[in-house]
Design a protein around this ligand. Structure first.
Ligand code: SAH
Length: 212
């Protein structure tokens, strides 16, 4: 165990995108978790990473990444860097990742780890990701790893036409729904919302949420 290099498990769970399976196979999840839970890195479950936060379940990382339908040219906004594991997966599959984390210690250690792994197409920001990263918008894709009770409007506004957002939405502590939101290429057409999976993520904190 401890080896997500065997993508066969994720494939058996229904993940089909070869590029996603290969990216996950290239990374060692054990490097992204604290020493004390390293032995459990091979289990398909979230694990504590400190500060009340968790590293996401590998299946959910794979599913969310696949749902973005990355081709390789995209600029992706990620909310909730956490351990940096999902960030690293994205960085192998798109042009640039812009990742925002609200807990300084997590932002710092993820940045250090991704630098050490030689992943150079990742830009880090410490702050409230519910506001997005307006200076770098628009984004071809947005991925949120923390759950707001409603989709933050700034994130929709920063999504490019034809872009995809994957985000867990729902009440704190309860079951949330993982949504894929596609922004139409045609001005005036409403975004298309699909429900992908019931999930349980840590709550998204922040300003854009309390203003709604
Ligand atoms: N994909 C990450 C998930 C980490 S958990 C991983 O696998 O490690 C979700 C993260 O979102 C936490 O680190 C939490 O601190 C962060 N977060 C919560 N609300 C946020 C906000 N408003 N802006 C940025 N990050 C936020």
């Amino acid at each position: 165990m401890g080896d997500w290099g065997r993508a066969a498990y994720l494939e058996a769970q229904g993940i089909q995108d070869r590029r996603v399976l290969e990216a996950i196979a290239r990374l060692d999840r054990a490097e992204f978790v604290p020493e004390r839970v390293r032995g459990e890195a091979g289990v398909d479950a979230p694990l504590p990473i400190g500060y009340g936060q968790t590293i996401s379940q590998p299946y959910v990382v794979a599913l969310m990444t696949e749902a973005l339908q990355l081709q390789g040219y995209e600029r992706v906004l990620e909310i909730g860097t956490g351990s940096g594991y999902q960030t690293a997966v994205l960085s192998l599959l798109c042009r640039e990742v812009f990742t925002v984390e609200i807990v300084p210690e997590l932002a710092r250690s993820a940045r250090r780890l991704l630098r050490r792994l030689g992943l150079q197409n990742v830009y880090f920001r410490l702050g409230d990701g519910s506001l997005g990263w307006p200076e770098q918008a628009p984004f071809d894709c947005v991925l949120a790893a923390a759950a707001p009770s409603d989709v933050p409007l700034p994130l929709v506004a920063q999504l490019a036409r034809g872009g995809r957002m994957v985000i867990p939405v729902g009440p704190m502590g309860g079951t949330q729904e993982l949504l894929r939101i596609r922004r139409s290429r045609h001005p005036g057409e409403l975004p298309l919302v699909e429900r992908l999976l019931p999930v349980r993520f840590v709550p998204m904190t922040g300003q854009a949420l309390s203003q709604e």
